[in-house]
Design a protein around this ligand. Structure first.
Ligand code: SF4
Length: 360
């Protein structure tokens, strides 16, 4: 069978709701030319049917660039002496959150390295203050691995969602890139978060040195197995002050294929166009939105710290303030024939409805 025939067969099976094999996913990830366009168009169609034309905006506050971890691909890794380290104060976080709420966004994402200075008590205080001042704002945490008890405490304080990417489902590659930790530990954290009722997001990097298409196919199968309401996938971008400085960057097209396949596997989930994808794609988000994505996370970190939070270099900037970024984003969203979603834009209700219809 030719590659195009195998591709057509695998895509039709996927559109009929069958779980693809690893081999079929590798075939779909190998699509080029007309097949590539057909894959993206199928994801765009499913996105429109299942979650509509809204694009949801999440205000991202990068509140600490300190990190105890040493991930080989990351500019904030512990051993990078050149990284700028900062911590926002509680007041600065609340002021930035106030701007997110005032701009009409329904979600704030609090992101940091794994910073132990931010004890659970400090985090709880911030979460409670946000909920008190902005009861309708959904709070997403992206702060890395914590103990089960800490996840319980943060949930009880009012955190609604949690982002924790598994980065790669290849155990050996994971261990090479994340010294002192394991994929099993990461998956246990994800399991705990799901058990505790967080709306959980995870995902992977595309183009890590040593990663194969079979690994990416396994990443997709894991994303499906975890049945994630939020999936973040971005290309690897080498940072000059890391052990992977000389490795080539991941591919934009392959990342778009991963987004499209995620949409086909999990039709009602929220899928962002990551800043890393926009960075490699000349600042554009359009192609991600046309490949199944429906979320974007404009940066609401105070300007002076924005470029210091450097997971990778050259971070695509939408504007020099949140207001400016939002004005630019709205233009881009309208130009793409889409509109800005209002409210928190949770995928959980959608998922429950889809399951209920499926089992009715
Ligand atoms: S990827 Fe996250 S956990 Fe790893 S070094 Fe960077 S900030 Fe720390």
């Amino acid at each position: 069978m030719s590659q195009t025939d195998s591709f057509q067969q695998a895509l039709s099976a996927l559109l009929e709701g069958q779980l693809p094999s690893q081999e079929q996913l590798v075939c779909l990830l190998s699509a080029s030319g007309d097949d590539f366009a057909a894959l993206l168009a199928a994801a765009d169609r499913v996105r429109r049917e299942q979650v509509g034309d809204a694009i949801w905006l999440r205000g991202l506050i990068e509140f600490s660039s300190h990190c105890r971890c040493n991930c080989h691909y990351c500019g904030l890794r512990r051993d990078n002496q050149k990284a700028s380290r900062y911590r926002l104060s509680e007041e600065q976080i609340l002021a930035a959150t106030g701007q997110v709420a005032a701009a009409g966004l329904g979600t704030v994402v609090l992101q940091s390295g794994e910073d132990t200075w931010w004890t659970v008590e400090r985090l709880q205080r911030v979460i409670r203050a946000i909920k008190e001042q902005h009861p309708h704002l959904a709070i997403t945490l992206s702060i890395g691995e914590r103990t089960y008890d800490e996840y319980v405490a943060l949930r009880q304080a009012g955190a609604d969602r949690f982002l924790l990417r598994f980065e790669t489902s290849n155990q050996e590659l994971y261990a090479q890139l994340h010294p002192g930790t394991s994929l099993a530990q990461r998956l246990e954290c994800l399991h705990d978060l799901q058990q505790l009722g967080y709306e959980v997001g995870s995902g992977c990097l595309v183009g890590l040195p040593g990663q194969t298409l079979a690994d990416l196919a396994n990443d997709l199968l894991l994303i499906k197995k975890l049945d994630l309401p939020m999936v973040g996938i971005g290309p690897f971008i080498p940072h000059p002050d890391t052990p992977l400085a000389s490795a080539p960057a991941g591919s934009v097209d392959l990342t778009l294929k991963m987004l499209a396949l995620t949409r086909l596997l999990l039709p009602t989930s929220n899928i962002p166009v990551t800043t890393a994808l926009a960075t490699l794609d000349g600042g554009r988000r359009q192609r991600g939105w046309q490949a199944g994505a429906n979320v974007v996370m404009p940066n609401a970190t105070p300007n002076v710290y924005w470029q210091q939070y450097q997971l990778y270099p050259g971070k695509a900037q939408l504007g020099d303030s949140l207001c400016h970024s939002l004005a630019n984003l709205k233009q881009q969203i309208e130009a793409a024939g889409r509109y800005v979603g209002q409210g928190p834009g949770s995928a959980l209700g959608r998922k429950e409805n889809a399951h209920a219809e499926h089992t009715a």
